[in-house]
Design a protein around this ligand. Structure first.
Ligand code: CMP
Length: 138
């Protein structure tokens, strides 16, 4: 069944000019790009987006990294989109990411890990609406 998920090309991907390669890979994997827009997150927006991690030791550096340059959020659609995107991204830590995954190919550390993908249908809904209006997703 068709499902939607949110991805974010993180500041390292934009800075290292890997957006084209990552988007091409996502298209090859059968994802349709429904919406997308490059933007710079404010500190407040990054803090709100990662609020679930607010008590973790990596929260502050994560917010700093995610506001360090432009990001490129996109709404993606595909069969089994959430699980498939997470498989294609690979493990959070690129050192543990399987060969051929986006993070194994493009990430440089657990923090500078190239790409975000929603981890559940509920979070996908919340995260899609964080960046895109209902009209943009229609
Ligand atoms: P993501 O899964 O997109 O969202 C939370 C992010 O926190 C995660 O990617 C990592 O980039 C970042 N992060 C930094 N350090 C850690 C850590 N030790 N464990 C998990 N996530 C981390």
């Amino acid at each position: 069944m068709k499902q939607r998920t949110l991805t974010i090309l993180k500041p390292d991907t934009v800075a290292r000019r890997n957006c084209g390669a990552v988007i091409s890979r996502l298209e090859q994997e059968g994802f349709e790009i429904l919406a997308g827009r490059m933007l710079r997150l404010s500190e407040e927006q990054a803090m709100a987006f990662y609020a679930v991690h607010k008590d973790k030791p990596f929260y502050r550096p994560l917010v700093e990294f995610m506001t360090s340059g432009p990001v490129w959020p996109m709404a993606l659609e595909r069969d089994n989109a959430i699980e498939h995107l997470r498989k294609v991204m690979g493990a959070t830590d690129p050192a543990k990411a399987a060969p051929g995954t986006i993070r194994q190919q493009f990430a440089t550390s657990i923090e500078r890990n190239a790409i975000h993908g929603s981890d559940s249908p509920e979070n996908a809904r919340i995260e899609l609406s964080f960046f895109f209006s209902a009209a943009e997703l229609a």
